[in-house]
Design a protein around this ligand. Structure first.
Ligand code: GLC
Length: 545
């Protein structure tokens, strides 16, 4: 496979509203991010995926854009944005903008025009029908909203304040491409494309995901905006199978660099209630899914590796142990992911093992998805009780990832001098960046080491390009795999449980590369009789016998 610079990159996602507030208004902002660039450089990342900072009424925290070429005053100004791009470069960090192209805010000029009259020139930028069909919104309820002025329904796959753009209209594609090219000229390093699998939809056939026009539209966008530029692009594609992922990320097809697939991320969701009622974690299933994605491309695509983002709960609370083994299990999860093939993404706070939050009162949550789902499932359909729903919120709600970043143990964790837009997780007095930076054995330094290893002369080719082979596929507690490139083999072994495990592998150790326990290497060098402590994870170089 032809090497690309972003194969070896590590990305850090910033959810700007919750990262760092420099102005005291309780919302994170661009100057706050600039002040933390040295911290991110120390961690070792190459790229920041910046969740939306564009002008927005914040119905969905910026994923409802009112102007793609303006910065929301909460976050700062366009001059601040330019300073961020420029200063980040000095820290060897590129900025990936988040492009929300499936829909805009209802406050966007295009929609404001479109809803004035049926013959407005912008009418066809959105999707209008006399009669709604059966399609439902991802945020509950019908995907159609009646407009009283023009007496038609408009289509919205998310909130009613997020009308879907009409990608059947070539003018939409042209305007969007001009806007994207403008951002390229501003010096950004790439883009994350929000729910991009929805833009090829065929409403009247009931097709929303992976519609027939999707790939032609992406090829067109590639041609117009990305071709022959050193950009990295990643699409958010909830419904992707390996076959579909290849359509996007096979370099021959000139669409995107890679996609986020969510098969592993929704593995424990309930068939009917989805994330609001999670099933017990099943490691065997997770291993099978991860292994399938590790081995399916063979040069015809590329993986984006992630446990977390702003839509998912905190991984240490989800599949680790956020009590006694919080730090150890966070290091284990990091090791498992960063040992795999693909481009790793770290979500803000993951590097200090921030945890899920439990607010007693539903009003303390902000997320529109929580509010709408409660309305539908508890109040209208009564398919879940209040208690059941709250359990779902504690395990899976998006606000778990969105509580403000925990920088230190001063008031509001040093996130803001004002009143935070969303309450902090009260555990910030223990779990915070200052504390992590002070201790050499913290989760932060483990991430730093994993990133350094991926870039080291010794192991980078194997970690980036090595083949993946799952071992002990049926073991219910141990996750083990080998990465091989030419003569070099690396073994990653992890005990994903609270009990000690003993395993036997017919392999021999050359050296211990990384261990999440402080331990004499001798103690773990016999793979034919390996005792793993709870949540222990080790990376070995294997001897080539
Ligand atoms: C994506 C975003 C999510 C947002 C939705 C609608 O899934 O990640 O946060 O709510 O798209 O834009």
């Amino acid at each position: 496979m032809e090497k690309q610079w972003w194969h070896s990159a590590v990305v850090y996602q910033i959810y700007p509203r919750s990262f760092c507030d420099s102005s005291g208004d309780g919302n994170g902002d661009l100057r706050g991010i600039i002040s933390k660039l040295p911290y991110l450089e120390k961690l070792g990342i190459d790229l920041i995926w910046l969740s939306p900072v564009y002008l927005s009424p914040m119905k969905d925290n910026g994923y409802d854009i009112a102007d793609y070429q303006a910065i929301d005053p909460r976050f700062g100004s366009m001059a601040d944005m330019q300073t961020l791009i420029h200063t980040a470069k000095q820290h060897n960090i590129g900025i990936m903008m988040d492009l929300v192209l499936n829909h805009t805010s209802d406050q966007h000029q295009w929609f404001q025009q479109a809803k004035q009259s049926r013959d407005n020139p912008y009418r066809d930028y959105y999707i209008w029908r006399d009669q709604p069909n059966q399609i439902r919104s991802v945020f509950s309820g019908p995907a159609w909203q009646f407009d009283n002025t023009t007496k038609q329904y408009y289509f919205h796959l998310f909130a009613d304040a997020q009308p879907d753009l009409n990608w059947e209209n070539p003018k939409v594609a042209t305007e969007i491409q001009q806007m994207v090219s403008w951002w390229v000229e501003q010096g950004v390093a790439g883009f994350r494309l929000d729910v991009i699998d929805l833009i090829g939809k065929q409403i009247d056939q009931g097709i929303t995901e992976n519609g027939p026009r999707l790939h032609p539209l992406l090829q067109q966008m590639h041609q117009a905006c990305f071709a022959n530029k050193p950009l990295v692009t990643v699409g958010e594609t909830w419904g992707a199978t390996p076959e579909i992922a290849k359509l996007y990320s096979n370099p021959q097809r000139q669409e995107l660099s890679m996609v986020f697939q969510f098969e592993h991320a929704s593995i424990d969701w309930h068939p009917t209630h989805g994330k609001w009622q999670v099933q017990p974690f099943n490691l065997i299933k997770l291993k099978a899914v991860m292994s399938k994605w590790q081995t399916c491309f063979d040069g015809d695509g590329w993986n984006a590796l992630f446990w977390n983002n702003h839509d998912l709960p905190r991984i240490v609370s989800r599949w680790g142990n956020d009590g006694q083994y919080r730090e150890r299990s966070a290091k284990l999860l990091a090791t498992l992911l960063h040992g795999m093939q693909g481009t790793p993404y770290i979500y803000q706070g993951e590097e200090i093992a921030m945890t899920n939050v439990r607010f007693e009162d539903l009003d303390d949550y902000d997320d529109i998805e929580i509010k709408n789902s409660y309305q539908e499932k508890v109040l209208e359909q009564q398919s879940l009780s209040h208690q059941q729903f709250m359990q779902g919120v504690y395990s899976s709600a998006r606000d778990n990832a969105r509580t403000p970043m925990q920088w230190g143990n001063s008031v509001n964790a040093g996130f803001t001098q004002g009143k935070p837009w969303l309450a902090l997780n009260p555990n910030y007095s223990d779990i915070n960046v200052a504390n992590a930076l002070d201790r050499k054995d913290s989760v932060f330094y483990h991430y730093q080491e994993l990133i350094a290893l991926r870039k080291s002369a010794e192991y980078s080719d194997t970690l980036i390009y090595g083949d993946f082979a799952l071992l002990l596929a049926e073991h219910p507690q141990v996750f083990a795999y080998v990465r091989q490139h030419q003569q070099q083999r690396l073994l990653v072994v992890a005990n994903v449980s609270e009990q000690e495990q003993q395993i036997r592998l017919n392999l021999s150790v050359e050296k211990v590369v990384l261990n999440n326990l402080q331990q004499n290497d001798e103690l773990v060098s016999d793979l034919e009789a390996l005792r793993l402590a709870p949540y222990q994870a080790i990376v070995y170089a294997l001897s080539t016998r």
